[in-house]
Design a binder for this molecule. Structure first.
Ligand SMILES: NC(=O)c1ccc[n+]([C@@H]2O[C@H](COP(=O)([O-])OP(=O)(O)OC[C@H]3O[C@@H](n4cnc5c(N)ncnc54)[C@H](O)[C@@H]3O)[C@@H](O)[C@H]2O)c1
Ligand SMILES: O=P(O)(O)OC[C@H](O)CO
Length: 318
């Protein structure tokens, strides 16, 4: 667009190269940077202080560190991360990982903050292919700022004040995409895939409601929308992890072969732990966790899901 945008990268040499080549050849091959984009490195907090909006494009694992550094800035801060924090090594017994807005409440409670989410493979966004997003924030001014900054010919941005629902959708869909990748990798069929997506949406919604989200959010872009995209779209890194596991790769090999983050791998245990604390049943997530932790073999996963006790489709009790 016409905004002046500064992309900060932690690696000075890579920043210099991107600025010179006008492209990010490692992560976004074949996309030319617009003239309005400048790439810099160095003191990020000092450089961000004069901006109108700060967008954090790091994986979930780096969010706490960045929100801590930015806690005193007066500029609105939004993130693109989709996940729960992984349970930190050495964390006290019983502690669980947080959603991004919970991390923000903890380390930067004074920030005007929000999230941009929804079905959006970066590659397609960068090529201006039509995409619809959700801007969620407890601060109406921040959602409006996101709409003003990003809404345009190729991007529609819808505001939603239910940040819990938007973040639960973005986090849980990654875990479910690993399951769907596995399902497709094992050639279990189209019926099985539709069942996984639909029952996955049910367990995502149950967790969300228990955490205080609104049910309608799960029928929206950051819920059903992003679940369908990530579970069925071959660009998904989480889906690729499932496909790789089905081929017999170890988790370490699957993660290594990606070269990008697959947040579902790091969020799955936290999703499961928080569901258990709330008494919410999430059988697909539980199966993914058992697979990732090596307690369940790929070949036994289907049996484990199919032999559960019958239940009503609309049951919400565990
Ligand atoms: N790629 C997509 O299509 C897409 C779409 C929507 C949301 N997301 C979400 O955005 C987040 C990032 O995903 P991605 O696709 O960019 O991952 P990626 O693995 O492709 O790239 C991550 C980038 O973050 C940088 N990084 C890592 N740790 C950092 C730190 N401590 N400080 C600064 N930079 C750091 C890496 O160097 C790399 O450039 C994830 O939470 C993901 O779920 C991704
Ligand atoms: O490649 P994935 O699986 O991280 O999915 C990317 C985006 O979250 C899709 O909206």
């Amino acid at each position: 667009g016409s905004h002046s945008v500064t992309l900060w990268a932690r690696d000075a040499e890579q920043a210099r190269q991107m600025q010179q080549e006008r492209a990010n050849t490692r992560y976004l091959r074949g996309v030319q940077f617009p003239a309005s984009l400048q790439v810099v490195s160095g003191d990020a907090v000092a450089q961000a202080a004069d901006a109108d909006l700060i967008v954090l494009g790091t994986p979930m694992a780096a969010l706490r560190e960045w929100l801590t550094q930015l806690a005193q800035v007066r500029v609105p801060v939004v993130w693109l991360c989709k996940g729960f924090e992984a349970v930190r090594a050495g964390a006290p017994e019983g502690s669980v990982g947080l959603l991004a807005h919970e991390v923000c409440q903890q380390v930067a409670p004074d920030l005007q903050c929000g999230v941009l989410s929804g079905p959006s493979f970066a590659d397609e966004v960068a090529r201006h292919q039509p995409t619809a997003l959700v801007a969620a924030s407890a601060f109406p001014g921040v959602s409006q700022l996101l709409v003003d900054a990003f809404h345009g010919e190729a991007l529609r941005v819808y505001a939603n004040s239910d940040i819990i629902g938007v973040e639960v959708g973005g986090a849980v869909k990654n875990v479910l995409a690993i399951a769907t990748g596995l399902c497709d990798g094992l050639a279990l069929g189209l019926n099985a895939r539709a069942a996984l997506i639909t029952r996955g949406l049910a367990e995502m919604s149950r967790l969300g409601l228990a955490l205080g989200a609104r049910a309608e959010t799960f029928m929206g872009l950051s819920g059903l929308g992003d679940l369908v995209l990530t579970a069925t779209g071959d660009l998904s890194r989480n889906r690729k992890v499932g496909l790789a596991l089905a081929k017999g790769m170890t988790l370490a090999q699957a993660v290594e072969s990606l070269g990008h983050v697959a947040e579902g791998v790091y969020s799955a245990r936290t999703v499961h732990a928080r569901a258990r604390l709330l008494g919410v049943e999430m059988p697909i997530t539980e199966t993914v966790v058992d697979l990732l932790d090596g307690r369940l073999a790929v070949a036994d996963a289907v049996h484990s899901l199919m032999t559960r006790e019958p239940r009503g489709e609309l049951d919400t009790s565990p």
